[in-house]
Design a protein. Structure first.
Length: 70
């Protein structure tokens, strides 16, 4: 039986965690220094940088999801 935490499997939580950590590392260390100021994330604010960061995390999760289904 698959263990559940807040209604989701532990594997799903680990996938979310990995996507968030890897996505943030990619955004903050690879992308942000090369983006214009309007797309850079300002801490504690919801801005276009937050949207770009979120999109990177979603893309990483998509890759994890596809890779797990192969």
């Amino acid at each position: 039986m698959d263990k559940k935490f807040l209604g989701l499997s532990v594997r799903r939580w680990l996938e979310y965690l990995a996507a968030t950590v890897i996505g943030n590392v990619i955004y903050f260390y690879s992308l942000e220094p090369h983006l214009p100021a309007s797309l850079q994330h300002n801490s504690r604010l919801l801005d276009l940088g937050s949207l770009v960061d979120f999109a990177v995390c979603v893309a990483v999760y998509g890759l994890i999801w596809v890779g797990g289904r192969l």
